[in-house]
Write a protein that binds this ligand. Structure first.
Ligand code: SF4
Length: 225
């Protein structure tokens, strides 16, 4: 049984180009200071189960392109693989937002996934300062390699708060992603609303990343708060 914290019945922003419902799964092992769904870090925050999702899909057949599994970290729950398969069998596409903490489970789920939004939060050796957990860069790097090898449509996203990542860090991330074959990268400006308030809200952002970085990708977007 999945533990789901909430379901957004219609979204045009969680899966670029698709009209999807979003299931926010509870549970995440990490503690990023910019987390916007921190109440869902605890798996006990999931008061719904997948029957609520399938009931919605039953009513929305023909109206939705697909389902996005978000969180929390959706892959923290083993049951997601079977649920994704069932969603696919009903004729819906499957999108996945993930932090990349569970590469083995990701590998099992990818046959039922049409699109992945993967967070790459920092240069690999600087990951733990953001996630507040040990040795968190390596599994994300493995998850990235798993998705690229599978050829599943991928957008990598990096959340930028200048107290956490300098311009040099952003450049390291961009060059690493491009060298691995990532074609779509989005940088998301930190949003204070919904966080625990650990980070300064008064951040002044550069208007964008340095100009030599976006051209490394086929698709690039700077998303402002
Ligand atoms: S990995 Fe995502 S859900 Fe988990 S704490 Fe970080 S931002 Fe929040």
């Amino acid at each position: 049984m999945l533990r789901i914290g909430g379901i957004e019945p219609f979204s045009t922003v969680d899966w670029p180009g698709k009209l999807a419902c979003v299931a926010f799964l509870a549970g995440c092992p990490w503690r990023c200071p910019y987390c916007q769904n921190h109440v869902l870090q605890d798996v006990r925050a999931g008061a719904l189960d997948e029957s609520a999702l399938f009931s919605l899909l039953d009513r929305r057949k023909g109206l939705l392109d697909g389902v996005v599994f978000s969180g929390g970290e959706p892959l923290a729950q083993a049951g997601i693989v079977d649920v994704a398969q069932r969603v696919r069998e009903l004729g819906f596409c499957v999108g996945l937002h993930t932090c990349g903490a569970f590469p083995e489970r990701l590998r099992k789920m990818l046959p039922y996934v049409d699109w992945v939004g993967l967070d790459v939060k920092a240069p690999w050796d600087a990951y733990d300062a953001i996630t507040k957990r040990a040795e968190t860069g390596a599994p994300v790097r493995e998850s990235l390699e798993v998705v690229l090898a599978a050829g599943v449509d991928l957008e990598v996203r990096t959340t930028w708060h200048p107290d956490l990542l300098g311009v040099d860090d952003i450049a390291v991330i961009a060059h690493d992603l491009a060298s691995r074959g990532v074609r779509s990268w989005a940088v998301q400006a930190y949003r204070h609303q919904g966080t625990t308030g650990e980070l300064s809200p008064d951040t002044v952002y550069p208007s964008d990343v340095p100009a030599e970085l976006p051209v490394l990708f086929e698709a690039y977007e700077f998303r402002r708060a």
